[in-house]
Design a protein around this ligand. Structure first.
Ligand SMILES: [Zn+2]
Length: 214
């Protein structure tokens, strides 16, 4: 079973991908991870990507597609995978179609975890991070304590720059403008499955699995 998962920042996509991967016994292929691995392992494409990343540029589509193809063609993925973080644009979606066609045929599912923007902003602006252990908490769960429940760090909470409302709204705008055409592209082929991401984590996972028929 091949799954491609989509979701705006803050919808819990990575968490869902991990749960589903564990449940189905397939690898969670995060594009951030496979890019870092390709660079670390100094594969041919990894070395090319490294030069580009070190120059402060974005890895171009052809190189990233090659890295995705290498990962998905690996033995580890022979029974399927859940791909997270790709494709982000319509061009990348078309490149992924080519890659999928070169793999052995298998069922493909495209899942979007949906949460409305106001809820995402509420979720992300309510977060505090512990600078000692890196744990992330909801302000409301902390009950005004200044001690980290995980590591007992004192006065260790701070709000990450990424969790500033303006930054979040901008990331959401970028996400919608680049990814919506991708969702429409798969939607027109009746391939998209939409799941309500506003429910508790385990409920969302249950709904995803039931829509996959497992
Ligand atoms: Zn801590």
């Amino acid at each position: 079973m091949r799954i491609v998962i989509f979701g705006a920042p803050g919808v819990g996509k990575g968490t869902q991908a991990k749960i589903i991967a564990t449940k189905l016994g397939i690898p969670h292929i995060s594009t951030g991870d496979i890019l870092r691995n390709a660079i670390k392992n100094e594969t041919r494409l990894g070395l090319e990507a490294k030069k580009i990343v070190e120059a402060g540029n974005l890895v171009p589509d052809d190189i990233m597609a090659g890295i995705v193809k290498d990962a998905l063609s690996d033995k580890l993925c022979q029974n399927g995978f859940i791909l997270d973080g790709y494709p982000r644009t319509l061009d990348q979606a078309k490149l992924l179609d080519n890659i999928m066609q070169q793999l052995e045929p298998d069922n493909e599912y495209y899942i979007a975890i949906e949460v409305n923007d106001e809820e995402i902003v509420r979720r992300l602006t309510n977060r505090l991070t512990c600078k000692v252990c890196g744990s992330i908490f909801n302000i409301s769960d902390l009950n005004d304590t200044t001690i980290c429940p995980k590591c007992n760090g004192v006065n260790s909470f701070y709000k990450r720059k990424d969790d500033d409302e303006g930054v979040i709204r901008n990331r959401l705008l970028v996400f919608h403008s680049t990814t919506q055409p991708v969702l429409d592209y798969y939607g027109k082929q009746n391939k998209m499955i939409f799941v309500d991401g506003s429910l508790p984590v385990d409920k969302v996972a249950e709904n995803v699995l039931s829509k996959l028929g497992v």
